[in-house]
Design a protein around this ligand. Structure first.
Ligand code: NAP
Length: 274
């Protein structure tokens, strides 16, 4: 099943920066209407101004909502139901990470990762499913991560939350296919956005960046490959050459070997920081 973005009505979460803003830019030439969602209205307004200055016929609506809360999610779904907009593309992109060990994390950051990366993605998809079904053929893009392929000490909750997204998306793709709703899960590697700035803790805790340069590609390429994957009916997209090799490879590593590598990498990192 293929999805055509021509004249689509897209809801993009996390559209105030990074990959979400880039999805808006790349869809703008084809979409009829876009609903951009994030907490920071002023940042959304900057994105909107750029889009409407280049695409005069494009309708852009902004919804400022904290998707980590039930009230924020209801604000978006109520807005969609009450507006005349008929979405046929949902891009679940909002997300955040938290670099460092579990023991030194704050409860708020741990909860926020689960609430945004997991709960918001599932509950928005569920709440907006009637609209996606009514306007089919439709598409759902779920932004997961290469981190969903392996457990990641010092990024444990984030990687686990993205494993959830990848697994959920694979199952959902099967469930929704008969309804002509195509689901594409995107697993980017490290991408220059505001992600690291948000994920870095005040105490300086960071993640091990060894090997990341081989996987890093610009956000424009991540989004172009994600949209091409959706159009081509692909269920899982690993953007960039390095990630397209690493992702499937990580899946094949025997668990005993993976545990050995993770422990070794973690202990080397500890020595470096000691
Ligand atoms: N960059 C990477 O290396 C990388 C790699 C793999 C996967 N990803 C995934 O890509 C997605 C986009 O991240 P990014 O890299 O573009 O990072 P980013 O520049 O930090 O963007 C994150 C977006 O999520 C929004 N957001 C965060 N918390 C929110 C909340 N409670 N309610 C509503 N919106 C919220 C932010 O908007 P506000 O702050 O305005 O609310 C922002 O628009 C995430 O799911 C991330 O996990 C990123």
């Amino acid at each position: 099943m293929n999805f055509n973005t021509q004249d689509c009505t897209a809801i993009i979460t996390g559209a105030s920066s990074g990959l979400g803003a880039e999805f808006a830019r790349q869809l703008a030439a084809k979409a009829r209407t876009m609903v951009l969602v994030a907490r920071r209205l002023e940042a959304l307004e900057v994105v909107k101004a750029e889009l409407v200055s280049r695409h005069l016929n494009l309708n852009v609506h902004l919804v400022a909502a904290d998707l980590s809360t039930a009230a924020g999610r209801a604000m978006l779904t109520d807005w969609v139901r009450q507006s005349a907009c008929q979405p046929n593309l949902l891009i679940n992109n909002a997300g955040l990470g938290d670099y460092g060990m579990l023991a030194s994390a704050t409860q708020e950051r741990l909860q926020a990762q689960i609430d945004v990366n997991v709960s918001a993605l599932v509950l928005l998809t569920h709440a907006l499913h009637p609209q996606l079904q009514a306007n089919a053929p439709s598409g759902v893009i779920n932004i997961s991560s290469l981190a969903s392929m392996i457990p990641m000490p010092e990024l444990a909750v984030y990687a686990a939350s993205k494993s959830f997204v990848t697994s959920f998306s694979e199952a959902l793709a099967v469930e929704l296919e008969p309804q002509q709703i195509h689901v594409t899960c995107v697993c980017p590697g490290p991408t220059p956005t505001n992600f690291s700035k948000t994920a870095r803790r005040k105490d300086g805790s960071d993640t091990d960046r060894n090997g990341q340069d081989l996987l890093r590609i610009p956000s424009a390429q991540v989004v172009a490959e994600a949209l091409a994957g959706l159009r081509a009916g692909r269920v899982c997209v690993f953007p960039g050459l390095g990630v397209s090799i690493a992702g499937p490879l990580f899946r094949m590593i025997p668990l005993a070997l993976l545990r050995w590598v993770l422990r070794r990498r973690f202990n080397k990192g500890r020595l470096r920081y000691a």
